[in-house]
Design a protein around this ligand. Structure first.
Ligand SMILES: [Ca+2]
Ligand SMILES: [Ca+2]
Ligand SMILES: [Ca+2]
Ligand SMILES: [Ca+2]
Length: 355
């Protein structure tokens, strides 16, 4: 029942329990044997240290990455690993390398040197946020190839990064700063001199779409020009975790993307309408939330009172360009402050918006 205790603890802490989705997938092609991706620590083989990089693209508004699996094969002994590294960086070479996680090597097949056994590198990132953009992913092991310096790799050996097909985005890059492979110090595009890609999978959480309608009551003007501010809040709180200023289409529909998952309050406010807060909205996937906003709050204090009446009186009879014109007093949106606007205010007089 340990899992139940963890689940209850997660719920008590307000952590949303979400199954990881596959955000990016370049599976092993089932054929390729891969290229070494290793930081060789023994002096004789340091010049062969080699880093491979492959590109991927994060769409708006970003990802929460939970796990990266890098598919490879092993020819040696991973117990000599001094580290298993993952880097996600803006450029495909070691000069800008940015280590984001240490991982583990998981050997999937039996056997010993010189057999090559499938062995993946697995990195648990547990919700690492990556903003939108194009990145270069690199993974490698750090260990000696020839620990006892007898000319064989049967002690340390090497790890190889398997390939995928077809190529997604750019083919992979190779960087061999020591020049041992004959490619010099600069990153080499096109894989191991061929147009290929590397095998890896990124899991985590992408965004969900929150959408619906905002009914702006007692309004006949152009809704598409009216910004509506929608806040996502922790239940019962008035502090915004995220604020989305949305525009409506002809039918009053809106939508936005969020990275948040869980139970939240959603709160909408537009210029001369009262705020409406929908409580305890479950955002676990694409979510619909519809608002109906009450008209009449000319001064924007979220109540329809004598102050709004006063502003309407000051603007009464005006049109754009007139002295005293106040667009927020034109409650019905007919571009004039008239008795119709007065009628709306009277009908909603005393109304108070949600917090
Ligand atoms: Ca050896
Ligand atoms: Ca690629
Ligand atoms: Ca008011
Ligand atoms: Ca009007």
């Amino acid at each position: 029942m340990k899992w139940l205790a963890s689940l209850l603890l997660a719920l008590a802490l307000g952590v949303s329990v979400v199954c990881a989705e596959v955000l990016w997938d370049q599976p092993w092609d089932g054929v390729s044997r891969g290229s070494p991706a290793q930081d060789f620590t023994d002096t004789a083989n340091r010049i062969y240290s080699v880093w491979l990089f492959d590109d991927f693209t994060v769409p708006e508004p970003g990802w929460w990455i939970d796990r990266v699996t890098v598919y490879g094969s092993e020819q040696g002994n991973p117990t000599y690993n001094l580290g298993v590294y993952l880097s996600i960086s803006p450029a495909p070479h070691v000069d800008v390398i940015d280590v984001v996680a240490m991982g583990t090597e998981v050997v999937l097949e039996p056997g010993e040197w010189p057999l090559r056994r499938r062995a993946n590198l697995v990195f648990e990132l547990n919700g690492f946020y990556l903003p939108p953009g194009t990145y270069y992913l690199s993974a490698w092991v750090r260990r000696p190839f020839d620990l006892n310096n007898d000319g064989t790799g049967n002690d340390g050996g090497q790890w190889f990064w398997l390939r995928t097909s077809p190529t997604l985005g750019e083919p992979f890059y190779l960087h061999n700063p020591g020049g041992g492979w004959g490619f010099g110090g600069n990153p080499v595009g096109g894989g191991w001199l061929t147009e290929q890609d590397l095998a890896f999978t990124i899991e985590g959480r992408a965004t969900v779409t929150v959408s619906g309608t905002v009914e702006l009551r007692d309004y006949e003007g152009d809704r598409t020009g009216i910004p509506v501010t929608i806040e996502i809040r922790n239940p019962g709180s008035t502090d915004a975790l995220e604020t989305h200023v949305v525009s409506l289409d002809e039918e009053g529909r809106y939508s936005f993307q969020t990275l948040l998952r869980g139970i939240y309050d959603l709160s909408a406010k537009a210029s001369h309408w009262l705020r409406q807060t929908l409580t305890d909205v479950s955002i676990t996937g694409d979510t619909i939330a519809n608002f109906t906003l009450t008209n009449g709050d000319i001064d924007g204090d979220n109540e329809v009172t004598l102050f709004d009446f006063g502003q309407l009186v000051s603007a009464f009879g005006t049109m754009p360009g007139d002295n005293g014109w106040n667009p927020d007093a034109d409650l019905d949106g007919d571009v004039e402050v008239t008795l119709f606007d007065f009628g709306i205010l009277v009908r909603n007089f005393g109304a108070i918006g949600d917090e």
